[in-house]
Design a protein. Structure first.
Length: 404
C-alpha cells in the first residue's frame, strides 16, 4: 500500500485535495471516481527509510502516556467525535514530542484510509495485545470499550509494579548494605587484626581461626565474588535469550524457589488470566487470544504450555480439558474455567481469578519481606557478633596472660 497526495475536481468544478492509501494510482482514481471526483493531480508520498526507522526507535510511550491516550480516545469516541479529530486532539494533549509526532502520523494514515489498528501496527510503538484489542473493537463496533479495557489493564500493571517496588525497595537496600559490609569487613578490617595478633604470637581460639580463614579467602578471591555478582545475572539473561531449553529450566526453578517460587507463579497466572479475559471479552476468539497471551505472561515455560493448549483448542477440545494435563495451571484456575464454560461467562470467570491474585499477591509480598527484613538484620548481628568475639577472645587471653 502506498500513500498518495491528490487533487481532484467534481462536476461543478469544485477542487478537493487530500491523502489516500491505495495500491496504485489506478485504484486511487477509481475510488475518487466512485466518490464523484475526477483526478487532476497525484503524487506519491515518499518517506525516508532512515528517518522512519529513527522515529520508531525514538517513540517509546510510557505506560502513563498510554493510559492517558486510552482515556482520551475512549471519551471522545463514546460521544461520537470522528476518529481523525480524536487523534488530533490526543496529539495536541500529548506532552511527549515523539509520541505526539507518532499520533499525528497515525492521524494522517487514518485520514488516508487506513484503520486505526493498521496505523498502530505500522509504526511498532504499540504491543501486539494493544493492536489486537483495538482491531477487535473496530470489528465489533465497541472501540470505546476496548480503549477502556486497555486503560484498566495498564492501570493494573502499574499497580502491581508499584506494590512490588514498594515492598522490595527496603529489603533490597538492607541486603546490599549487608553484602557490602561483610565484604569490607573480611577484606580490609579483619586482616589488620590478623597482622596484629600474629605479631603478638597469641594462641588463637577456634572462632578466631575460622574468621581469619574466611578473611584470607575473601581477600584473595574478592574479585571472583564481585564478578559473579555482576556477571551472574548478565549470563543468566543472555543464556535465556540464546537457549530456549535453558529459559524453560530457569522458569521451572523460579517456580520452585522457597518463598519466592509461589509468588512468581501467582504473578504469571494473574497475567495470564487478566490478559485472556480482556482479549476474550473484547471479541478476540479464544484461540487467537491464547496465542497472544502466551507472549505476555513473562514466563517461557508457561508460554509454551499456553501455545500447546491453543493447538488443542484448534483441534476441537474445550479450554478446561486442554488445560487439565498441565500442572503449571493451578486448580483454582481450572475450576473457574470449568464454571465459566458451563455458564457461558468465561471472561468473568477469568477476571475473578485475576482479581483473586490481585488481592493475594500484595499480601504474599508483604508476608515474604516481613520475614526477610528481620532475617537479614539477624544475619548481620550474628556476623558482627561472631567477628567481634573472634577478635576479642585472643586479646582477652593476652591480657589475662600479662596479669599472671
Amino acid at each position: 500500500m502506498k500513500t498518495y497526495h491528490y487533487r481532484g475536481v467534481d462536476n461543478s468544478g469544485r477542487s478537493v485535495s487530500g491523502r489516500m492509501l491505495a495500491m496504485n494510482e489506478e485504484e486511487m482514481e477509481a475510488r475518487l471516481r466512485a466518490a464523484g471526483f475526477w483526478l487532476a493531480e497525484a503524487r506519491e508520498e515518499r518517506e525516508s527509510i532512515s528517518v522512519a526507522s529513527a522515529t520508531r526507535r525514538v517513540v517509546r510511550p510510557s505506560r502513563r502516556e498510554l493510559i492517558n491516550f486510552c482515556v482520551l480516545m475512549s471519551f471522545q469516541l463514546k460521544v461520537g467525535i470522528p476518529m481523525v479529530t480524536a487523534l488530533k486532539v490526543a496529539a495536541e494533549d500529548c506532552e511527549n514530542k515523539a509520541f505526539r509526532g507518532l499520533l499525528e502520523t497515525m492521524r494522517k494514515d487514518v485520514e488516508a484510509g487506513q484503520q486505526l489498528h493498521e496505523a498502530m501496527a505500522r509504526h511498532g510503538a504499540f504491543s501486539r495485545q494493544f493492536v489486537s484489542l483495538v482491531e477487535a473493537g473496530e470489528e465489533s463496533g465497541s472501540l470505546p470499550d476496548s480503549f477502556m479495557e486497555l486503560r484498566r489493564y495498564l492501570e493494573w500493571q502499574e499497580q502491581i509494579i508499584a506494590d512490588v517496588r514498594q515492598a522490595t525497595i527496603y529489603p533490597a537496600i538492607v541486603l546490599l548494605v549487608v553484602i557490602a559490609f561483610v565484604l569490607i569487613l573480611f577484606t580490609f578490617v579483619v586482616p589488620r587484626f590478623v597482622t596484629l595478633l600474629t605479631a603478638a604470637k597469641v594462641a588463637l581460639p577456634l572462632p578466631t581461626r575460622i574468621v581469619f580463614a574466611v578473611s584470607d579467602v575473601a581477600k584473595s578471591t574478592w574479585w571472583v565474588w564481585l564478578l559473579l555478582l555482576i556477571g551472574g545475572p548478565l549470563a543468566l539473561t543472555v543464556g535465556r535469550r540464546l537457549s530456549h531449553e535453558f529459559a524453560v529450566w530457569v522458569d521451572k526453578v523460579k517456580f520452585r524457589l522457597p518463598l519466592f517460587g509461589s509468588l512468581n507463579h501467582m504473578l504469571t497466572i494473574s497475567r495470564f488470566a487478566r490478559n485472556l479475559a480482556i482479549l476474550y471479552r473484547s471479541g478476540v476468539n479464544v484461540v487467537e487470544a491464547m496465542k497472544l497471551t502466551a507472549g505476555l505472561v513473562g514466563s517461557v515455560w508457561l508460554g509454551d504450555c499456553i501455545r500447546e493448549v491453543a493447538a488443542k483448542l484448534e483441534q476441537g477440545e474445550n479450554l478446561s480439558g486442554a488445560m487439565k494435563p498441565y500442572p503449571v495451571f493451578p486448580g483454582l484456575l481450572h475450576r473457574m474455567v470449568v464454571m465459566g464454560e458451563n455458564t457461558g461467562q468465561l471472561d468473568h470467570a477469568l477476571e475473578n481469578v485475576a482479581e483473586y491474585y490481585n488481592l493475594v499477591v500484595p499480601r504474599q509480598i508483604k508476608r515474604i519481606f516481613s520475614v526477610a527484613e528481620p532475617a537479614l538484620i539477624l544475619f548481620l548481628v550474628i556476623v558482627v557478633g561472631f567477628v567481634a568475639l573472634a577478635v576479642f577472645l585472643p586479646i582477652l587471653g593476652m591480657v589475662g596472660a600479662i596479669n599472671k
